[in-house]
Design a protein around this ligand. Structure first.
Ligand SMILES: [Zn+2]
Length: 405
C-alpha cells in the first residue's frame, strides 16, 4: 500500500474487473503500465502493493454538472427559503448569498474534497456571471483549479443565472468570462427567464462561436415550449459547426412530450450532437434515458445543486446518483445498472472531452469498490472506496487522506 504524492511504482493486486475476472494493475509514473491477470507476479517484491481484497477496479466518477460557487458546505446549515418561480428563486438566492459568510474558495474547496473522497476526479462547474457579481465568482472558481488541481480537473461554464436579456450587460460579461478562462458559455431558459428565445440564443451562441468554445444551457422550460427551444438549440449548433460541443442541462420537457414531438426533438438533438444532462430529478419529469440513447442522443449525469440556496440536499456522491437514476427510470437488470453507472463515468467524461478508460498507457485514475460487479456496486452504494489519481491514493472509506490534500 502506498500513500502520498509519490509517482513511483505501485502494484494493485487481487482486484476484479467489471465482469468479475481477477486482475492486477501495474502503475509507474502515474500511468497504467499493465492491466490483467498475473501482473503482480511479474514485478519485484520491493514494489509497493495495494491489496484490493477482491474489489472491482473501475473508472473514477465525472460530475457533469455542479455549482462550486453556490454551495454553502462548510457553513452552518442554512434553512431553505421557498420560491414559487425561477425568478423568485433567483432573488431568494441573492439574498441568501449576501447573508452567507465564507468565501467561494473555502466552500467550493470543501465540496471538492467531499466529492473526491467519493470517487469523483473531474467535474464541470457552472459559475454565476451577472451584473451584480460580475466575474468575481469565476475568478474564485478559477483559483480553485489551481489550489485543488492535484485532486480534481475542473471545467467551468459562465452561467447567466439572472438571464442574458433581462440583466443588461450580461452578454458582455459572458464574453469577458470566456476571455478570462471560462471553458464554456452557459444559458438559462431563453423563454422562461428572458422571454426572448432568439435574443438569448443568438447572444450566447455568438459568444461561443467567436471564441470557438462549447455551450451548456440550463433548460427548465416545460412541454412543447421547451421542446421548441431544444430544436432551436440544435439548429444553431449545426449552423455554427458546434456539433458535439453543446449540452443542455435538465431538459425536463423531454419527459413529458407526445411521441411525435419527442421523436423529432430527439432526432434534432442527435443530428446536432447535443448532449442531455440529467440529475434523475424528482418530482419533475425526467428525460427518458434509454429512449434518447436509442435515437443517438448522448445522456450524462451531474449532481447540480448541493447544499445551496436551491436545495438543502445533495452530497455529490455519483454512485448514489446512478442509483437515483435507476429508481426514476425503473432500471433493475445488471445491464441497466451498468448503464446508469456509465452515465456517471464514461458518458460525462466523453462530454467533457476526457479519456476515462482503464487501459495500458492511460493516466492511473481509478477507484476500487468493494463489490463483485458494477451492478452490485450501484445496488449497494458502498462508501468504502479507494480512490487513486495519477497512481496515488487520494481517499479511502469516504475520507480524503491527509497526504492527498
Ligand atoms: Zn445547475
Amino acid at each position: 500500500m502506498t500513500e502520498g504524492r509519490s509517482k513511483g511504482m505501485l502494484v494493485v493486486s487481487n482486484a476484479r474487473d467489471g465482469s468479475g475476472g481477477t486482475i492486477d494493475l501495474v502503475i509507474s509514473e502515474g500511468t497504467i503500465r499493465a492491466i490483467g491477470p498475473g501482473g503482480a507476479k511479474e514485478t519485484s517484491d520491493d514494489v509497493p502493493r495495494f491489496d484490493a481484497e477482491g474489489g472491482i477496479v473501475c473508472q473514477p466518477f465525472v460530475d457533469g454538472h455542479l455549482h462550486l460557487d453556490k454551495t454553502l458546505i462548510g457553513l452552518p446549515f442554512f434553512p431553505h427559503v421557498e420560491g414559487e418561480t425561477i425568478a423568485a428563486r433567483i432573488e431568494a438566492e441573492k439574498r441568501i448569498r449576501r447573508q452567507a459568510s465564507g468565501p467561494i474558495q473555502m466552500r467550493g474547496g470543501r465540496l471538492i474534497e467531499q466529492i473526491v473522497a467519493r470517487g469523483t476526479l473531474a467535474l464541470r462547474s457552472h459559475v454565476d456571471v451577472d451584473s451584480g457579481i460580475g466575474l468575481k465568482g469565476l475568478e474564485s472558481v478559477l483559483s480553485l483549479k489551481e489550489s485543488h488541481g492535484h485532486l480534481v480537473d475542473i471545467q467551468t461554464v459562465a452561467f447567466p443565472q439572472s438571464g442574458v436579456m433581462r440583466d443588461a450587460g450580461t452578454a458582455d460579461l459572458l464574453d469577458a468570462a470566456i476571455a478570462a478562462g471560462a471553458d464554456l458559455v452557459g444559458g438559462l431558459d431563453p423563454a422562461g427567464v428572458d422571454n426572448d428565445i432568439d435574443g438569448h440564443l443568438d447572444a450566447i451562441f455568438a459568444i461561443a462561436s467567436k471564441h470557438g468554445v462549447g455551450l451548456d444551457i440550463h433548460l427548465h422550460d416545460a412541454g412543447a415550449l421547451g421542446a421548441f427551444e431544444l430544436r432551436q438549440i440544435a439548429t444553431r449548433t449545426r449552423a455554427l459547426g458546434l456539433e458535439g460541443k453543446v449540452a443542455v442541462s435538465h431538459a425536463f420537457c423531454l419527459g413529458e412530450l407526445g411521441d411525435a414531438d419527442f421523436g423529432r426533438t430527439a432526432e434534432a438533438l442527435a443530428e446536432a450532437g447535443v448532449a442531455i444532462m440529467t440529475t434523475g430529478p424528482g418530482p419533475v419529469p425526467m428525460p427518458p434515458v434509454k429512449r434518447l440513447k436509442s435515437i443517438g442522443v448522448r445522456v450524462f449525469c451531474g449532481s447540480d445543486n448541493i447544499r445551496d440556496a436551491w436545495s438543502p440536499f445533495g452530497n455529490g456522491d455519483m454512485l448514489e446518483r446512478a442509483g437515483i437514476v435507476c429508481d426514476r427510470q425503473n432500471f433493475r437488470s445488471d445491464a441497466d445498472l451498468e448503464e446508469a453507472f456509465a452515465l456517471t463515468t464514461e458518458a460525462p467524461a466523453a462530454v467533457l472531452g476526457r479519456s476515462n478508460s482503464l487501459q495500458v498507457g492511460a493516466r492511473a485514475d481509478f477507484q476500487i469498490l468493494p463489490a463483485s460487479s458494477i451492478a452490485e456496486a450501484v445496488a449497494s452504494r458502498p462508501m468504502d472506496r479507494a480512490v487513486f489519481r495519477n497512481g496515488v491514493m487520494l481517499a479511502r472509506g469516504g475520507r480524503l487522506l491527509q497526504a492527498g490534500v
